[in-house]
Design a protein around this ligand. Structure first.
Ligand SMILES: *Cc1c(COP(=O)(O)O)cnc(C)c1O
Length: 485
């Protein structure tokens, strides 16, 4: 991220310079005047930069070098699982038989692709302990919504129209209450206790005949395992509600325990997190949903099934909530997850959880020396620090995040979850080496020293990046997307 200034492509332009040559025309020339209406014909040539091929390459490569991603450096973004994307996934995704087929082809002609999806469903059933899985939803949030629509359909099928409330702990991921609202429910908050876990007494006081479901993020957004999970299941089932497991971060428990075994009725996974789909830039993702036998009739359709050794799309599903995504989900991401699962095997997936948890705890124990740790028990895949000690010295968490850029690290998630003052949410992931973890720990401890001795250097950071502190609101709301000469 050196502060090299390079000219933009319009500034490189020199009249008459080109970076392409077209082959000789071997068809009749298109007659603009007779084929196009007058209004569509240009009066003057477009003002495009006139540059050589080398100029173009330097322009775009220069821009890409200004970018930061998981292939360029460590990315400890809590709640997002920015982990390594194995390159073998890309090789498999490019195989002819997968990349050159069309979603509207007759399933008889794409049996291999259908079998891959069927096998992926089977693996995810095994991993989650659920009865059936749908691969249609394209993101975690869409998976949440899909499952809630199924829960709603289930209650309505039983005549339970009065179940209008979905209980969501305040330590849930932010998408949970949003999905509940979009699915037409009222989201009811339940509090977190002093240990950072769901307050069971508060849960007891909010459940009732109007409870449709409890949505539990586990581990919760503090990175903590909900130890009273079985009691919670009993309480909610006791009043006829359903249990929803937000399993976006399954890399904390995979191979050790399963939502199905804990009594959950529905779960979603994020294949673009735990299962190594490339992640960021808004997609594509995949958020499969696993359900219990009771909810199975309500799955989105079509469902992939196998009849007499043939894989088919089953549409005859009278209780289905319908189709929720064109075709059958994001095929390429599902394929990458399938490749990952097959590469790792059952033992490998268990190791993933071990390393994710070990890495997070290692880092947390090193950093708690200088940064406040509000919840002190062992964490799962991530942990949340507070910048409250630094705030007393006049340095905010935002400043610390900006200073990390000077050390060439992407900052952690900041100011989330909301119940931690000046929060810093760190997820190292299982794919980083001890050397990388140590490098980040050193940078964080160095910054903590700077806060004590030379706070201005942190308050005014970043110093080494191409742009300094931006007006982030204006950058998001009024971006300048066009070069103006
Ligand atoms: C990332 C995440 C989600 C949302 O997933 P998207 O694919 O971004 O919609 C939901 N819950 C948890 C716990 C997450 O970490």
């Amino acid at each position: 991220m050196a502060n090299q200034d390079f000219p933009l492509i319009f500034e490189r332009s020199k009249e008459g310079r080109t970076s392409y040559s077209l082959p000789d025309l071997d068809v009749t020339e298109f007659n603009l005047e007779s084929e196009l209406e007058e209004v569509y014909i240009r009066k003057a040539p477009p003002e495009l930069p006139e540059v050589s091929e080398l100029d173009i390459m330097r322009h775009y490569t220069g821009l890409s070098n200004r970018n930061y991603g998981v292939d360029t450096g460590f990315y400890p973004l809590g709640s997002c699982t920015m982990k390594y994307n194995p390159k073998i996934n890309e090789d498999v995704a490019r195989l002819e038989g997968f990349s050159n087929i069309h979603p509207l082809q007759d399933p008889k002609t794409v049996q291999g692709a259908m079998e891959m999806l069927y096998d992926l469903q089977t693996s995810l059933k095994e991993i989650t302990g659920m009865y059936e899985v749908s691969l249609q939803s394209a993101a975690g949030a869409q998976g949440e919504w899909t499952a809630l629509m199924m829960i709603r359909a289930f209650h309505e099928a039983n005549g339970d129209y009065h179940r209008t409330k979905v209980i969501v702990p305040d330590s849930a991921h932010g998408t949970n209450p949003a999905s509940a609202a979009v699915a037409g429910f009222d989201a009811v908050t339940v509090k977190t206790n002093e240990k950072g876990l769901v307050d069971i007494d508060d849960l007891k006081s909010v459940v009732g005949n109007d409870t449709a479901a409890l949505m539990l993020t586990n581990p919760n957004t503090l990175g903590l395992f909900e130890t009273e999970i079985l009691e919670m299941a009993e309480i909610v089932h006791g009043v006829g509600g359903k249990l929803y497991y937000d399993g976006a971060n399954l890399n904390a428990i995979m191979g050790y325990t399963r939502p199905g075994d804990m009594g959950f009725d529905a779960v979603h996974l994020n294949l673009h997190k735990t299962f190594t789909g490339p992640h960021g830039g808004g997609g594509p993702g995949s958020g499969p949903v696993g359900v219990s036998k009771e909810l199975e009739p309500f799955l989105p359709k079509p469902v992939i099934t196998k009849i007499d050794n043939e894989f088919i799309f089953e549409y005859d599903r009278p209780q289905s909530i319908g189709r929720i995504k064109p075709y059958y989900g994001n095929f390429g991401i599902n394929l990458r997850a399938y490749t990952y699962i097959r590469t790792m095997g059952a033992e490998g997936l268990k190791k993933v959880s071990e390393y994710a948890v070990l890495n997070a705890n290692y880092m947390m124990r090193k950093l708690e020396k200088e940064y406040e740790l509000p919840y002190t028990q062992h964490c799962k895949h991530e942990f949340v620090l507070s910048g409250s000690r630094q705030k007393k010295l006049g340095v905010r968490t935002l400043d610390i995040a900006k200073r990390l850029l000077d050390f060439e690290y992407h900052p952690p998630t900041i100011y989330f979850p909301l119940n931690v003052e000046e929060g810093l949410m760190v997820e190292p992931t299982e794919t980083e080496s001890k050397e990388t973890l140590d490098g980040f720990i050193d940078a964080m401890l160095t910054i903590a020293e700077e806060v004590k001795e030379n706070p201005e250097i942190v308050q005014e950071a970043p110093h080494n990046t191409i742009v300094k502190r931006m007006d982030e609101t204006t950058a998001a709301r009024k971006p300048i997307l066009r070069y103006n000469k």
